[in-house]
Design a protein around this ligand. Structure first.
Ligand code: SAH
Length: 379
């Protein structure tokens, strides 16, 4: 029975909430001695003298684990090293270690020459796993990049960016990185989506750290899903780094909130550009939802869009903002109404429409209007 106890209670943690100096010496050491008599291993928190073992700082990437121990001398150093190793061994290693395992099993099953097999295994392990980051760069102001986007950009071997990227953001790309503009607008010879997918897979397979840099948030009207499909099919690791979308940048420029719980509960992101064969938006449903509609890529059709929304039932007085180059030095904001929108000159791209958003000064009027309607309905 006794031996069972010794087998099961293999370790103990002494945690008093006090610093090592504040715990009476005899308490800490007598706990340690008692544990030793019983064959129990002890970790006394922040008290290395009374420890049999230490908790290491650990970097985990799937089945790859790297543990760092300073034998209790400096958990702070262990933490620093962990952070450095986390950057050196990114999330791609989780996938990579699986691939190495598969390759090893396959070689053991097929290759009979142990020396050749060993050489091959070392060769594969020397390769660096490729990784593609789909990074949202925000609406243009470099300060609206996330810390993560900035860090990953600093590690890039290759950057493929679209037209929306500002020179200020591109300046943050390391000079050692290869930079390719794959935008649809500025290229004389347009780079097709298929070609972009192909390059992402090619660079990823060659072990490069690839940053696919997109304006705003890559998952909003950014063809990110087509790129992810291609990467998945090619077995290339990728990760998504979200960004500040143009609608958020535009709302900040206009000084409005995208939602106001007093006036509606919907926020619709819509694009005026459609993929061939896709049906037009259900304007009636959008008009009935209320709240705010952000229309991306208005492409000079602002007037038409306004007319369609009015036909679908939105009031001509509905508040509307046209915001061009949000968050950039040449930012322009025009406040208007849906009824007046067709008479305005179109703003240069990139521009976005925010419809239904209400300015603070208008909120009271809109609320009064809504409440009046409600009272009538109540009676
Ligand atoms: N993924 C991007 C949108 C890509 S579609 C995002 O999340 O923001 C491109 C459209 O985004 C442009 O036509 C324009 O409507 C809008 N856009 C992007 N940046 C903008 C900016 N700085 N100001 C206004 N609109 C912007």
């Amino acid at each position: 029975m006794k031996s069972h106890v010794a087998t099961f209670i293999a370790g103990a943690i002494v945690a008093t909430g006090l610093s090592a100096q504040a715990v009476p010496k005899d308490v800490a050491s007598s706990l340690y001695q008692e544990a030793q008599i019983r064959g129990v291993l002890v970790n006394s928190v922040d008290d290395p003298d009374n420890c049999d073992f230490y908790y290491p700082a650990v970097v985990t990437r799937g089945d790859l684990q790297i543990a760092i121990s300073t034998a209790g001398h400096s958990p702070a150093l262990a933490q620093r090293i962990r952070i450095e190793l986390e950057q050196q061994f990114g999330p791609e290693y989780a996938h990579w270690i699986q691939r190495l395992g598969d390759a090893r099993r396959e070689l053991f099953a097929t290759d009979r020459d142990p020396e050749a097999r060993k050489r091959k295994l070392h060769e594969i392990a020397r390769e660096k796993p490729g990784m593609v980051y789909l990074v949202g760069a925000g609406p243009g102001d470099p300060e609206l990049l996330t810390l993560k986007a900035l860090r990953i950009l600093g590690q890039a071997d290759v950057v493929l960016h679209d037209d929306l990227l500002t020179p200020e953001i591109l300046e943050l790309v390391p000079s050692t990185a290869r930079v390719e503009c794959v935008g649809k607008r500025h290229n004389e010879q347009q780079v097709t989506q298929q070609e972009i997918n192909r390059r992402l897979c090619e660079y990823g397979a060659a072990g490069q750290t690839v940053v696919r840099l997109k304006g705003g948030d890559g998952s909003i009207f950014g063809r990110a899903s087509e790129e992810m499909d291609a990467l998945r099919a090619a077995g290339i690791s990728f990760a998504i780094v979200p960004g500040v979308t143009a609608a958020s940048g535009a709302a900040a420029a206009a000084g409005v909130s995208l939602t106001d719980r007093r006036l509606g509960s919907a926020l619709v992101f819509l694009t005026a550009q459609r993929c061939k064969g896709n049906p037009p938006p259900n304007w009636k449903a959008i008009a009935e939802l209320g709240g705010t509609t952000a229309i991306y890529m208005p492409g000079g059709h602002e007037g038409d869009l306004a007319r369609q929304l009015i036909d679908a039932g939105l009031a001509r007085e509905t508040s509307c903002f046209v915001v061009a180059s949000a968050s950039r030095p040449n930012e322009q904001v025009i406040e208007t109404t849906l009824g007046q929108l067709p008479d305005l000159p179109t703003l240069p791209a990139p521009a976005i429409l925010l419809i239904g958003t209400v300015r603070a000064k208008d909120t009271q009027t809109s609320l009064a209007h809504q409440n009046a309607g409600k009272e009538r309905a109540d009676h």
